[in-house]
Design a protein around this ligand. Structure first.
Ligand code: C2O
Length: 546
């Protein structure tokens, strides 16, 4: 195993998209940021220097961070932000993970442009569980705003305005040639007849689950969130923000150019088609050159409509772990978290017309009716480690405070979230089950719920209200898929299981970024009761303080 050292300089860089040049926050001047490639067992050492005018942190999405919680990155959870002019070195070892992950800013909305792929190859000398593909290509799906994303967020969190939908979706940072001024940079993915290309697809978009498909080509799914899957073949995949999916694509079609496209699932209704779609081009090396100035467009794949939940359901039901999984069969801690939106009164200082919920309210979001608020003067992990009182309370409800028809059309007055920095304490080593229940209080939605510090098994998913008596019989305790982000079905539920074997403070949140600001998050505090430093490494000397 190697030690790999990198330097990330966070800086404003001119980036031209959709006909205009913007001062964009990047890593090392690159947008998207650099791809990191490691082998399982390697240690990554990344010095992050902040030369931008915003506070920043970097999160290594999906990395287990065993005993290295200080390197996880979410601001005010495991560290204070890196202030302009300062730096912090993240140091962690990859332990038993293979496949596609990514890294992104975990501070405000900086991840709109501060993100990149993190690819973990098998240990040296070891092979993939499928024939080695001739090529491998990261496919980062993202969003682009003409406005400064930080301003868009500020408006959304303060007034609860639904955020402006982005001006374009992107593949590897490029909107694609169907957008104005965008044909030059369109992402081209090479393939040749008889070859296989491993596409490492990452949903780095801020606020939309996405469908992805390639015209005339089948996709063989072999992994997701850096866990292998029993291979299956499909024409379209769906990824919630935060999720990754590895697919093999075969050069088995006439040599030509084919569009690959992504489109928002659950986009705002009536959104113009082109704002919710992006394209790149799969290009056979032996394809005949198009004549100069020819307007011949590649073939477009047919993508499901924005509300096609059936396709999403049958896709996620195809996921199986390739071998018998080590799913906890018995449970020590059973938690039930509702996830969804809520409505609160307009904050002081804002006129009711600025608050965009019904009747002058503002949109909020919550788990178990608590809107999570980050601390501001110390991180939760630091506070726990140093015994600082008054930063958080350990009374996050393990069950919702009210029981009613969560997915029915019920009165909104039932559900007015309260704010708090409430965490759930879990005993080190305990076997945990969490039921995640969508609510339709304001609107039902597919929420991608991401847990830091862990991979978990998704043992079941369904629609309506989770019923412990009826639905337990549907649990797959034999070969369920393992992931770090679960796309909880719209108007439905998902059940996850894991062993709490990683001490630390781990945020669990909706990866639709606007929902984090609105409070759809909580923290799981895992401790073995003998003092944190017995169980995790000491905080690095350069750990940023507030
Ligand atoms: Cu990919 Cu808490 O994030």
């Amino acid at each position: 195993a190697k030690i790999q050292e990198h330097e990330f300089v966070i800086q404003a860089t001119p980036v031209k998209r959709l006909c205009n040049t913007h001062s964009t926050i990047t890593v090392n001047g690159q947008f998207p940021g650099p791809t990191l490639e490691v082998n399982d067992g390697d240690t990554l050492v990344v010095k992050v220097t902040n030369k931008a005018r915003y506070n920043v942190t970097i999160h290594w999405h999906g990395i287990r961070q065993m005993r290295t919680g200080w390197a996880d990155g979410p601001e005010f959870v495991t560290q204070c932000p890196i202030r302009p002019g300062e730096s912090y070195t993240y140091r962690f070892t990859i332990q038993g993970q293979e496949g596609t992950l990514w890294w992104h800013a975990h501070s405000s909305w900086l991840r709109a442009t501060v993100y990149g792929a993190l690819i973990i190859h098998p240990r040296e000398g070891e092979a993939y569980p499928f024939p080695k593909p001739k090529r491998e290509t990261p496919i980062l799906l993202g969003e682009w705003w003409d406005a400064n994303p930080m301003d868009v967020l500020r408006q959304a969190t303060q007034t609860g305005a639904a955020p402006n939908i982005s001006d374009a979706y992107t593949i590897n940072g490029q909107p694609g040639d169907l957008y104005k001024c965008s044909s030059q940079g369109t992402t081209i993915v090479p393939i040749d007849s008889g070859e296989t290309n491993l596409l490492r697809v990452i949903n780095a978009a801020l606020n939309q689950p996405l469908f992805f498909s390639v015209a005339n080509h089948k996709l063989t799914v072999v992994g997701a969130d850096a866990s292998y899957l029993k291979p299956f073949t499909t024409t379209v995949i769906m990824l919630g923000p935060g999720q990754t999916t590895d697919v093999l694509i075969q050069g088995d079609q006439p040599p030509s150019r084919y569009y690959m496209a992504a489109r928002a699932y659950q986009s705002a209704q009536n959104a113009p088609f082109d704002n919710t779609t992006t394209t790149g081009i799969l290009e056979y090396k032996s394809a005949p050159c198009p004549a100069k100035g020819s307007s011949l467009k590649p073939l477009m794949p047919s993508l499901p409509p924005y509300n096609d939940t059936n396709t999403v359901t049958s896709f996620s039901r195809s996921f199986r772990s390739p071998r018998k999984a080590e799913v906890p069969q018995e449970i020590d801690d059973s938690l039930f978290f509702t996830i969804g939106l809520g409505l609160n009164s307009c904050p002081p200082g804002f006129s009711q017309s600025q608050c965009q919920g019904p009747n002058g309210t503002r949109f909020t979001a919550s788990m178990n009716n608590v809107s999570f608020v980050l601390p501001t003067n110390v991180s939760i992990l630091q506070a726990h480690h140093l015994g600082v009182q008054g930063v958080f309370t350990a009374d996050f409800p393990t069950q919702p405070p009210l029981k009613f028809d969560y997915t029915g059309n019920v009165s909104r007055s039932l559900w007015q979230p309260v704010t708090g920095t409430k965490v759930t304490k879990l005993k080190f080593g305990s076997r945990v089950q969490i039921v995640l229940q969508d609510t339709s209080i304001v609107t039902p939605e597919n929420h991608p719920i991401h847990l830091h510090g862990y991979d978990f098994y998704i043992v079941a998913e369904g629609f309506g209200n989770f019923d412990p008596n009826k639905d337990a019989s549907k649990f797959n305790l034999v070969d369920p898929p393992m992931r770090n982000t679960v796309a909880v079905p719209v108007n439905g539920w998902a059940v996850i299981r894991f062993v709490a074997d990683n001490p630390g403070a781990w945020i669990m949140h909706c990866h639709l970024d606007v929902h984090i600001g609105w409070g759809l998050a909580t923290v799981l505090l895992v401790d073995n009761g003998v003092g944190l430093l017995q169980s995790i490494e000491a905080p690095p000397e350069d750990l940023p303080l507030c």
